[in-house]
Design a protein around this ligand. Structure first.
Ligand code: NAP
Length: 319
């Protein structure tokens, strides 16, 4: 525990100590809460904004077992929240700034306004969409640039939009946008998509979708709202301007782990765990998209959450 911040025991009596605090209420956090709740562990979920994480922003989740016709991500998240509450989980909405351990081994989870105490912590903070980092981008976020088709598609009825990226998110959300926009350009930096094959097949047959290959966006322009993208073909070096009303960015995610001190992470910030979701700090576990894992899906996040809850139970029993 060399790097991990350790302070003196808190001056209060530790009267309100949770068995487990789960930071984040995406599928990983809520599954963990369902399991710890069923094990009668006193459980608190701390969440920054609303429940569900990235999954709640997904229009249709087609590969979560038990929903043969798919399920809307927000609806699935609401059901998970209700499920966790049914087993006694408490929820607080607050932004966690810091986690540290006192000399009694109790974790202090500090938000802007107060500290919560717990015997164990599960970090399930997920990951957030990446930006391109190009001129004009920050100016047009919320004024033509969006990270969430489910939230913003209806603003683009009868308009022209671009989707950037070649992964599952870009292609699936691009197809969804064709229900609103008259034209959806999918702009990808290579000539092959990264998305799952069946999703690709469907996208190639979707009317209103046009693919622009081997191309990156170098700059965005507009007056009050976004009006045009400067494109560069990475093979020929040619540049051109494309007129659009909106741009949806799906170029991957970066983990929400910067508030953690002393927890071992990889070069991109993803938390390293063993197969029991244990981090290098005894009593502190990680689950879902914020940890280093070969697959980031709702089902793998839920699986991580279940294992982390099991590991918490074992840890508490051993102590
Ligand atoms: P992703 O799989 O990491 O794909 C990101 C895409 O953005 C890639 O095609 C990448 O290009 C491109 N990209 C990255 N940086 C870029 C840049 N600076 N400029 C231009 N393009 C850039 O991310 P994701 O689609 O958000 O998916 C994240 C995870 O969630 C994945 O594991 C995915 O499978 C999963 N997911 C699953 C589902 C589902 O199963 N239904 C739905 C959504 C997401 P390259 O291909 O050249 O690297």
């Amino acid at each position: 525990m060399l790097d991990f911040h350790i302070s003196q025991p808190a001056t209060d009596t530790h009267s309100d100590i949770y068995d487990v605090i789960i930071i984040g209420s995406g599928p990983a956090g809520m599954t963990a809460a369902i399991y710890t709740g069923r094990s009668l562990l006193k459980t608190l979920i701390l969440e920054k904004i609303g429940s569900g994480g990235q999954a709640a922003l997904t229009e249709l989740i087609e590969n979560y077992p038990g929903f043969p016709h798919g399920i809307n991500g927000y609806e699935l998240s609401q059901r998970m929240e209700e499920h966790a509450k049914n087993f006694g989980t408490s929820f607080e909405y607050a932004d966690v700034q810091k986690v540290y351990q006192d000399t009694d081994g109790i974790f202090h989870v500090a938000t802007e306004s107060r500290e919560f105490l717990s015997k164990t912590v599960i970090v399930a903070t997920g990951a957030s969409p990446k930006k391109l980092g190009i001129p004009g981008e920050d100016k047009f976020i919320g004024r033509g640039i969006s990270f969430c088709a489910t939230c913003d598609a209806s603003f683009y009825k009868g308009k022209v939009v671009a989707v950037i990226g070649g992964g599952d998110s870009a292609v699936e959300e691009g197809m969804y946008l064709t229900k609103f926009a008259t034209k959806v350009y999918l702009i990808h930096r290579r000539d092959q998509l990264r998305a799952t094959k069946i999703v690709q097949q469907r996208a190639f047959q979707t009317p209103g979708m046009e693919f622009i290959w081997n191309t990156i966006v170098e700059e965005v322009r507009g007056n009050n709202t976004l009006e045009a993208l400067k494109l560069k073909n990475v093979r020929t070096g040619e540049t051109s301007w494309l007129e659009v009303n909106g741009m949806f960015l799906y170029i991957g995610l970066s983990p929400n782990t910067s508030f953690l001190e002393g927890v071992t992470r990889d070069e991109q910030g993803y938390i390293l765990t063993d197969e029991m979701m244990r981090t290098n700090i005894p009593g502190l576990f990680a689950a879902g998209d914020c940890r280093k894992t070969p697959l980031r899906q709702v089902v793998t996040a839920a699986s991580d959450g279940a294992i982390a809850a099991y590991a918490v139970e074992k840890y508490l029993e051993e102590r």
